[in-house]
Write a protein that binds this ligand. Structure first.
Ligand SMILES: [Mg+2]
Length: 310
């Protein structure tokens, strides 16, 4: 579908970068702009989330794409489709959630639109400024691949909230996992601290495997993931045991962590600005996404979430 859309649209010289990265870049080279749509039943579930949670979660996801361009979020525009019977208190809660994240990121809501629909749908358009944009296409052979936070933690939190698994009360990490699902605050402090030491950058939204593949395709390099290095939280391993899922497959395909996945030539510390940083692989000449299997390196087949897949 994206390819068909690309064939229908034509460049008129206003953009430095169009479709294909986390956000577009205007001709000025510094203004980044991105839009995302979130629907009840697809991206959030009001049976176990409050309107406040919906606000924080959607704002985090939208502003994450600006951060994934190396940008500082400045303005958020909010398009709302709401059922007619929606309580105005719910809208107040939703905006409290959006505002909480905007405040934390130094961003402000600049307007929007409201229509009536049979279910809640939110479209967020985020504008930001990047002194030097960080693209998906900058990885070089010899770089290392890094990930912030934990892989699959947000999906762990979602499955706990949805009641798909029963972990003993007091299991370490439950709160952290639920927080990562409800409020995955973008890792802007890491992006700022590293700046140009990052050669290529993407945020993990569709699944670590799928997002790493994006870096390899757009940078025209081979990326090798070391599965022994993937940062899996013990609570994710417990969840996988209960659900009889392979933790590695889970970590590579679980979406919406909104962590930063990036390449750098440097040897980086394991903690930057209080955020865990893990070296999970490396970049080589060639193409495609691979995974270490003992001494071998084999193509990685796992793909991420596709909204239109059957
Ligand atoms: Mg993204």
């Amino acid at each position: 579908m994206i390819r068909i859309i690309q064939r229908q649209i034509h460049s008129r010289g206003n953009l430095q970068l169009g479709i294909g990265d986390d956000a577009l870049i205007l001709k000025d080279g510094n203004t980044v702009l991105t839009t995302d749509t979130y629907a009840e039943g697809v991206h959030f579930d009001l049976s176990y989330m409050s309107y406040y949670d919906v606000g924080t979660r959607c704002a985090c996801a939208a502003l994450s794409d600006v951060v994934a361009m190396g940008g500082e979020p400045k303005v958020l525009v909010v398009g709302l489709a709401v059922p007619r019977e929606t309580d105005l208190r719910a809208i107040r809660q939703l905006y409290r959630g959006l505002e909480r994240i905007c405040k934390e990121m130094g961003c402000e809501i600049g307007g929007g639109d409201i229509i009536a629909l049979d279910r809640l749908v939110i479209t967020l358009t985020a504008l930001g400024r990047a002194a030097v944009p960080l693209l998906r296409s900058g990885a070089q052979p010899g770089d290392f691949l890094y990930l912030t936070g934990y892989a699959g933690l947000a999906e762990t939190g979602r499955l706990i909230l949805a009641g798909r698994v029963r972990l003993p009360a007091g299991t370490a990490g439950i709160r952290l996992a639920v927080q990562r699902h409800l409020c995955p605050v973008p890792r802007a402090q890491v992006m700022r601290a590293l700046g140009l030491r990052i050669s290529a950058l993407i945020d993990t939204s569709d699944g670590l495997g799928s997002d790493a593949r994006q870096l390899s395709v757009l940078s025209r390099v081979k990326i090798v993931i070391d599965p022994d290095q993937l940062p899996l939280h013990p609570v994710t391993i417990k969840l996988c045991q209960q659900l009889r899922k392979n933790p590695l497959e889970f970590a590579l395909s679980a979406g919406e962590d909104y962590e930063l996945l990036f390449t750098s030539r440097r040897n980086l510390p394991q903690m930057i600005k209080n955020v865990k940083i893990t070296r999970i692989g490396h970049v080589r000449e060639g193409k495609g996404l691979f995974i270490k299997e003992g001494e071998e390196v084999v193509p990685l087949k796992i793909t991420g979430y596709d909204h239109l897949a059957e």
